[in-house]
Design a protein around this ligand. Structure first.
Ligand code: FAD
Length: 286
């Protein structure tokens, strides 16, 4: 099913994000994760895409095929374009179409020192219009409640986002954030700019203090004091941090839900325990 049809059909979506196995040999191990995640009945599961190299990309598409054909859940394939030519994008798109995969999260991706960039696509909006013109996918895009780190300001960021939506993005999945007010302000700014597709907040429950500090600095995310105190207090006690991290994420999610968001996209970090705990916490709410 196309995610755009899901958005029309139901009030809210619940989705999970996973990354594909890092090695070919680990492709079988992803089954354990997918089994638990699919039992939680998400509306879709999105699979991230490596920065370059066909082996990485094939594992993304292989994982998406499993999600669709073995676990009966709708996959969304992340597809980056900075390191690919049009003909390389065509071969990924044709493979997906052949498998009945209907949904793509069109991304630019980031420059990496060891993978050469190609000239065909500059921005995610270029990939979006290319896919919309040539194929019949539902295309989603990424958005940044606290602005993309490369953007000079919110105005240029929203302009870029508007171009992406005009190019055909039918919904937006957000970067993680820990301060809901930042998301609500961003959503208002998008609506003022007539960006009227669903904007789905991305929530990352914390299970690892070092990882979260890194994410905060990479993504430019606000690190609220209430949240910092939790990390500082429990960073050396894995189980305590897990409980506290899940509680923080649940309080974020409940606040989002009562503020009329159109879905929740959970960054699962391939940890089924995280997804299970969060779903248990909102089973009577979503
Ligand atoms: P763009 O939309 O191209 O934006 C990049 C910058 O250019 C921004 O500053 C934007 O304001 C500006 N801009 C956008 N359009 C225009 C335009 N037409 N003209 C001028 N300026 C413009 N990375 C991966 O490698 N693999 C993944 O699987 C992956 N999954 C992600 C999932 C989500 C939900 C999110 C939020 C990010 C993900 N990323 C992933 C990271 C993403 O690739 C990086 O954040 C990258 O730096 C930007 O990608 P984008 O698609 O948002 O780019």
């Amino acid at each position: 099913m196309r995610i755009s049809d899901l958005f029309k059909k139901q009030k809210r979506t619940l989705s999970f994000e996973i990354f594909p196995p890092k090695k070919e040999s680990a492709l079988a191990n992803i089954d354990e994760t997918l089994k638990v995640l699919s039992e939680l009945s998400p509306d879709f599961i999105s699979v991230t895409f490596g920065a370059g190299g066909s082996a990485n990309c094939n594992r993304t598409i292989e994982t998406a095929k499993k999600i669709k054909h073995i676990y009966g859940v709708e996959p969304v394939v992340h597809l980056t374009c900075l390191h690919y030519t049009k003909s390389e994008i065509d071969s990924f798109a044709e493979e997906m179409a052949k498998e009945g995969i209907e949904n793509i999260l069109a991304l630019r991706g980031d420059a990496t020192p060891d993978v050469p960039q190609k000239e065909d696509f500059k921005h995610a909006s270029d990939l979006t219009s290319y896919l919309k013109d040539k194929y019949d996918f539902c295309v989603l895009g990424a958005c940044y409640p606290e602005t993309h780190p490369e953007s000079a300001n919110i105005v240029s960021d929203i302009k870029g986002l508007k171009t992406k939506v005009s190019a055909g993005a039918e919904g937006l999945l957000s970067q993680l954030f820990f301060d809901n007010d930042a998301f609500f302000k961003f959503r208002d700014e998008c609506r003022i700019a007539d960006i009227d597709v669903p904007i789905i907040p991305g929530v990352m429950p914390v299970i690892n203090a070092a990882q979260i500090r890194k994410m905060v600095s990479v993504c430019n995310a606000t690190f609220p004091e209430r949240f910092q105190k939790i990390i500082n207090r429990y960073e050396n006690d894995k189980e305590a941090l897990f409980d506290a991290g899940m509680s923080y994420a649940l309080s974020q999610i409940i606040d989002l839900l009562v503020n009329d968001i159109e879905g929740i996209h959970l960054y699962t970090m391939n940890n089924p325990r995280v997804a299970k705990r969060i779903c248990e916490g909102i089973k009577n709410i979503v």
